[in-house]
Each structure stands twice: as C-alpha cells, then as structure tokens.
Design a protein around this ligand. Sequence first.
Ligand SMILES: C[S@@+](CC[C@H](N)C(=O)[O-])C[C@H]1O[C@@H](n2cnc3c(N)ncnc32)[C@H](O)[C@@H]1O
Length: 396
Amino acid sequence: MWAKIEFPETPDPLIELPMKFIQGWVNGDTGAAAYYNDASEVCEELRRRHAGAAYVFHLSGLVAFCGGNSDAGMRFWGRALSLDPEYAPSRESLEDAVETDPDWPSVEIYLDALNEGEEQFLARIMRNAREQFDEKNYAEADRLCQRVSAFKRPKFSQLWPYAECREKSEKLYDDNLLSEKCQILSSAFEEHWSGVNAADIEKSHAEWGDLPDRRQLAQLVAGTVAQSSADPCRIFEIGCLAGFNLHMVKEAIGTTGRREILYGGLEPNAAAVAEGERLYPWIEFVNGSVQDMIAGTVEIPQSIEICLVSRVFMILHPDIVDGILAHIGDRVTHLVICDDIMNTDRSFPVLRLPLVLVLHPYPKILGEAGFEITDMVLADVPDRECTGFIIARRMK
Ligand SMILES: C[S@@+](CC[C@H](N)C(=O)[O-])C[C@H]1O[C@@H](n2cnc3c(N)ncnc32)[C@H](O)[C@@H]1O
C-alpha cells in the first residue's frame, strides 16, 4: 500500500507526531509502534479541533491503518470524502483498501452505506454477523464482529481471524504445547492485573460506562434476576476488579420493591478491592484469587443465585477454569459469562492471537461441570475480545 497526504498551507502543528508515526511505520522502524497510542490520541484531538477538515480525517485514517486497524482507516477516509468529495488522497487509499475487501465491491457502495449513518452501517454488518452465528458459521461471524469493533474503536486493531487461530492451536495441541502456552499467558495477565491501581481503575471506569457491551451484560444479568424468584437474590462476580459491572447491574435492576438483592465479588488485587469498597460500599468483597478459592483458603458464599464471570476466563489456564466450574458447580444456580465465545464447536481451547487469550470450548466444559447453556448471545456491538455472552443454569 502506498499513501499520499495533502495539507492546507498552514496545517495544525499537532500533525507532527502522527506524521512521525506514519513515517516510522513506512520506513519499517520497529520503534514506531511506541508512538502509536499517542499518535491516535493526537488525531482524536485534531478531529475535535477541525471537524470539517478532510486532511485531518485522512491523517487519522493513515494512523489507524498503519496501527493495524484497516476498518478505522476506511471509516476515516470515507469521512474525509464526505467532507470533501474531491480530496484525492482519501479516494486513492479507499480504492486501494476496497480492492481486496470481501464485503465492499466498490468505493461508491462503501460510501453510500457509510453515509446512511455509522449506526446503520454497523447494524447492517451485525445483522449479517448474527445470521452467520445462528447458522454456526463462527469463523465468518467472528470476522464480521472484529470488523465492527475495529470500526468503533480506532485505537484497537482486529484480533487474528478465528479460523487461523484455530489452525495454529490445533498444531500446538498436537505438539503438546498448548497447555504450556496457556500457562505463559495466564501468568502474564495475573501479573498485569495485580499491578493495576486506583488511578488505572478510575480511568477505565470513565471509559466503560459508555461501552454497549457493558450495558448489555448488565441487562442480561438484570433479565436473569427478573426470571428468578430467589429472595434474597445473591449476585456474585468472580474477578470483579473494583465492582464496576456490579454497579452497572444494580442500575439495570433498578428498584425491586421488597425483594433483597445481595452483591459480592472475588478479587485478588487488594488495591482494586480497597477502591471498590470506597466506591460501592454495598458490595461484599472477598480478597483472593480463584486459586485461593479452589484451595479453600478464601470462602465465597455457599449459595449464589447468579454468578457473573466477565473477561476473566479468557485470561486463565483451562485447568483453572475447570477447577472454578467444579468448585462453583453445586452452589451456583445461574452463570452469566462475558467472554470471547466463538470456540463453540471444538473440544479443546483455542489461543486468540496476537493478544493471546484463551477461547475455552464452553459447551463442552460447561456440560461436564453440570451446567446447561440456556442462551448464547452475540454482543450487539462486539468489543474485540468480548464477542458475546453465555447464560447457563445448573442442571437439576
Ligand atoms: C480483564 S479484568 C476483568 C474485570 C471485570 N470482571 C470486568 O469485566 O471489567 C480481569 C480481572 O480478573 C482478575 N484476576 C486475574 N487473575 C485472577 C485470578 N487468578 N483469580 C481471580 N481473579 C483474577 C483481575 O484482577 C481483574 O480484576
């Protein structure tokens, strides 16, 4: 791919950093990746300052494209052209991208769809993804989900296609290396999450409140509460960080009359627990890891109506996940999982690259632990690794 950019006579001086990133990337400078985040943030600021300037959107598209997000690249080039249909650099970049794109036969068709409005544009792709998912074409559903999340979040690139990850994992499985790889990733994530502090949590909470998958998860839990007659109804989250999901769930449930809802969570990071106790004093936190829970050195409640596990199984070794399911099997009635759920037709875990997360074979492992899946829901707006939700209930 080659790219051009045309600036006005006196462009905003902020273009310097994005240009440095693009030039570094074009020259194959391995250090360029270090400026990617900052370059994307500067582009965001440029778009705020110059909402009508095609060159700013074109530059944003180039930064996103070089950062590995071609969907956001196309989106910004499309916006540049809707601001100025004569802006040749964006037309050329978009033509280049569309040439190898399986979904868009021409630039004009892409632009017509984009100009209907971004929400309609994404809804159209998600309708297709849902159809593919319902027909069990998981690789195709996943490809479309990754496109949507990449479009929505320019700073995050797509994950590798599920089919390719499956093939690589099959090879690792055959070579007896899959378990070792899962262990490496799990240790790395545990270390990462143990270092998260109050300032990181505050930054994340500010971003999470607006994410559709967070709201969808809260609605799904609230819907499960509505179907249950347990009173009190205990909701417990495994790996709850500071309790943001439980806060969203409480808001989604709203008032319940006299019915009592109890909230609790398990979290190994003591700083996150302290922050959660400050922000949400109505949550009963248990400070410990799932390993502590399985070993019995920390106690979680004996009876849990709804157990929530969001973005945690994906960072754990499959043996630990089996251990958790066995441990909670006789105390949990409903289980709501938010995760990368595409590995539904395999009997072993798949590694999702390049981030390296584990896609667990949920139908198999839940069945073995005595749970039946009552619903599998694709995220309305997938958030890269969070492709959907699984709702399961303990078999009688
Ligand atoms: C990706 S975050 C998800 C946080 C929260 N559930 C959410 O959806 O935002 C992963 C969480 O799992 C926790 N975690 C990591 N390793 C764990 C372990 N071994 N046992 C329990 N929790 C763990 C982390 O501290 C962190 O809170």
